[in-house]
Design a protein around this ligand. Structure first.
Ligand code: ADP
Ligand SMILES: Cc1ncc(COP(=O)(O)OP(=O)(O)O)c(N)n1
Length: 324
């Protein structure tokens, strides 16, 4: 039987901790075939990022064409997109997929957006124009986004508790999704109407709204939001907050691992989430399974001494570790 397919759209990390290295290893560990679209090449190690080389937009588009024209992608995870143009191009692709397939065809991928802006080392991986492009274009059409606390604060431009930030982001994006859907509905109707001699299916119009079916994401037209992190050192626990538009945020708590080897944790979490969605898990269950996977991998690497800075979260096979 074929495995589900997940796609990562992200940058490389030459140190093998974050970016596509983390994403593809996580997909493989969770029984998913991983495809990858590279957006940027970074020179990076456990101490920081020393160089960033963005991939030209035409090459990103060509990679997207190659994957979507050939593979049945069940989930997409976006990581470092690097430029506002790349963010916008992928957002347009998502809208096109929804218009082409319709919301109830079963062939629409879940879209997990890790809105990467700054690495733990402090390196800027996306500037103000990228932040704006996320808000204006990609986040409103996502299934779920997974900002850490700093990213949630940056996206909203204000501070708050993690649960407040999650709820406010979900509300803000639901508003933007509704506004964008209205504009797209008019444009789509015009385009499809002329292409079909006036016949426009209701499913097609609903698909252009960016809503998601089932429980892979939100229920009312905007993305779900998971603000990750919490304060593990203070409490011995990590709490991620899951918010869906119009619903009270839900705390998802798991044990914290005492470790400084956590480089790549956010990438690993969002990829694990995409992998479980690709297997068909409902969103909350996928989030809990993703946190459990991250916790296990942080435990595996907690005693490693690799590199001069914050070492990598483990991407080794748990089976090999457990039998060593
Ligand atoms: N020390 C830790 N022990 C267990 N889980 C952790 C730890 N640190 C982060 N996590 C979990 O890893 C996932 C990614 O979170 P986060 O660290 O906020 O990402 P990022 O690397 O983007 O800052 C979340 O589920 C979070 O709860
Ligand atoms: C190429 C690349 N993409 C993303 C990140 C950020 O990684 P993340 O897992 O969110 O967190 P850090 O541990 O790096 O802060 C990255 N560093 N490089």
């Amino acid at each position: 039987m074929n495995p589900p397919v997940a796609l990562t759209i992200a940058g490389t990390d030459s140190g093998g901790a974050a970016g596509t290295a983390a994403d593809l290893a996580t997909f493989a560990a969770l029984g998913v075939h991983g495809a990858c679209v590279i957006t940027a090449v970074t020179a990076q190690d456990t101490t920081g990022v020393s160089d960033i080389h963005p991939v030209p937009l035409t090459a990103i588009e060509a990679q997207l064409d190659a994957v979507f024209d050939d593979l049945p992608v069940a989930a997409v995870k976006t990581g470092m997109l690097g430029t506002a143009a790349a963010v916008e191009a992928f957002a347009q692709r998502v809208v096109k997929l929804r218009v082409t397939h319709g919301p109830r065809s079963g062939s629409q991928p879940a879209i997990v957006v890790d809105p990467v802006l700054v690495a733990t080392s402090g390196a800027v991986l996306g500037g103000e124009d990228v932040r704006r492009a996320y808000l204006d274009h990609l986040l409103p059409v996502a299934t779920v986004l997974t900002p850490n606390l700093d990213e949630a604060r940056a996206l909203l431009g204000r501070d708050g508790t993690p649960s407040e930030l999650a709820a406010e982001l979900a509300a803000e994006l639901a508003g933007r999704a509704a506004g964008a859907a209205g504009r797209r509905r008019v444009a789509t109707k015009t385009v499809l109407s002329s292409a079909t001699g006036g016949r426009v299916g209701l499913d097609t119009l609903a698909g252009a709204r960016g809503s998601t079916s089932g429980d892979s994401g939100s229920t009312s037209g905007g993305p779900a939001v998971i603000v990750t992190g919490g304060d593990p050192e203070a409490t011995g626990e990590c709490t991620d907050w899951l918010a869906k538009p119009g619903e009270t945020p839900v705390p998802l708590t798991h044990p914290a691992v005492a470790t400084s080897n956590d480089h790549g944790t956010g990438c690993t979490y969002s990829s694990a989430l995409a992998a479980h969605l690709a297997h068909g898990a409902p969103l909350r269950e996928a989030a809990e399974l993703a946190a459990a996977y991250v916790t296990r991998q942080l435990l595996v690497s907690s005693r490693w001494i690799l590199g001069r800075g914050r070492g990598p979260i483990a991407h080794t096979s748990p089976t090999i570790e457990e039998t060593a």
